[in-house]
Ligand binder design. Structure first.
Ligand SMILES: [Zn+2]
Length: 350
């Protein structure tokens, strides 16, 4: 039987801006409320988060940077970059976001849970080793991948980043390594400016970074084809021991920051594709980590569909057929061709 875990904790709402900010505590408020829906209640195992240790943060971040973030604790308000704030409790909240993700990794890798979704904030994928960026303080998913390798001795981790934005921090964390494969779809050109097709990794990491930069427009069907034609063959050949998803819901069709067209059904379908190949390569061990997503109702309904998919309430074939029919190949054919050309030297199944 599939058992899905969730990380949730009211302390994740303690990271608050001093004026309007899209990455607000309301994002988790609507998600935690959704978990009380009659069809969701009692269906998920709650994972107790913990504080990440200094040593765990140092898997990705420099001691100087961690010290700088720590110095914001207790101060009313600090701007860390033009988009990224810290309030008096942000340092603690960010450590708890990392620790919550690590607790989910522990449960999934020990086999106590089938898969998990860390419903946490602040998000992480823009955070660099020595710098806060794009609403992110510590890089939750990158630390989690590093932790899985170091503490649980897994050999290979795959990070799938479907957030609207390129996860520059995650990419840079593993750019020269073969033991973490980073795959990203993102709007381009757009913030943060990285994620070109020809950024494929370097040194021992060559071929272990896969970027699919997209013009605005792709929706459920186009994302599905990109996953089927690029991600799936690479993932099957790579054979990860654990899969992470940097799950950003800012590719939702009404998201205020983005130009993508994904619906809740489309998110469910992507989660289903990921779960299926994870089943084949690593007994379904997948940890989802919340990144962006700024349309509150869209976030609520999309995360709900993903969670239902993770616990095995799989989409009916009819729905999948409908998504496939709505696909406009012209939107993505050129980019799929370019990505395949860039990645072919490294992946014989492409
Ligand atoms: Zn984003």
């Amino acid at each position: 039987m599939v058992q899905t875990g969730i990380v949730k904790d009211d302390r994740y709402m303690d990271h608050v801006a001093d004026s309007y900010h899209p990455e607000s505590h309301q994002r988790l408020e609507v998600l935690y409320r959704m978990l009380q829906d009659s069809d969701m209640q009692g269906k998920f195992a709650e994972i107790e988060p913990r504080m990440a240790s200094q040593e765990e943060l140092e898997l990705i971040h420099t001691p100087g940077y961690i010290q700088m973030v720590a110095s914001t604790a207790g101060r009313t308000f600090t701007m860390l970059d033009p988009d990224t704030y810290a309030c008096s409790k942000s340092y603690e909240t960010a450590k708890l976001a990392v620790g919550g993700t690590l607790a989910a990794v522990d449960k999934v890798l020990k086999g106590e849970l089938s898969n998990a979704f860390a419903l946490i904030r602040p998000p992480g994928h823009h955070a660099e080793s020595n710098r806060a960026m794009g609403f992110c303080l510590f890089n939750n998913v990158a630390i989690a991948a590093g932790y899985a390798l170091k503490t649980h001795k897994v050999k290979k981790a795959l990070i799938i980043d479907w957030d609207l934005h390129h996860g520059n921090g995650t990419q840079h964390s593993f750019y020269e390594r073969a033991d973490v494969l980073y795959f990203s779809t993102h709007q381009f050109p757009y913030y943060p400016g990285t994620g070109f097709v020809n950024e494929v990794g370097s040194g021992a990491g060559k071929g272990f970074t896969v970027n699919v930069p997209l013009s605005p427009g792709p929706g459920d069907g186009e994302y599905m084809i990109i996953f089927e034609e690029i991600l799936e063959p690479i993932a099957r050949e790579y054979k990860p021991d654990i899969v992470f998803v940097s799950a950003g819901f800012d590719i939702y069709y009404h998201d205020p920051l983005g130009g993508m067209q994904v619906t809740p059904e489309g998110f469910a379908n992507l989660a289903k594709i990921v779960s299926e190949f994870a089943q084949e390569t690593c007994h379904g061990k997948v940890v989802f980590v919340l990144e962006g997503g700024y349309h509150l109702e869209g976030l609520r309904s999309s995360v709900k569909e993903v969670l239902r998919t993770l616990r095995g309430e799989i989409l009916a074939g009819e729905r999948e057929g409908k998504i496939r029919k709505m696909m406009d190949h012209r939107l993505i054919a050129p980019i799929i061709k370019r990505v395949k050309e860039a990645q072919k030297p490294f992946w014989k199944n492409l």
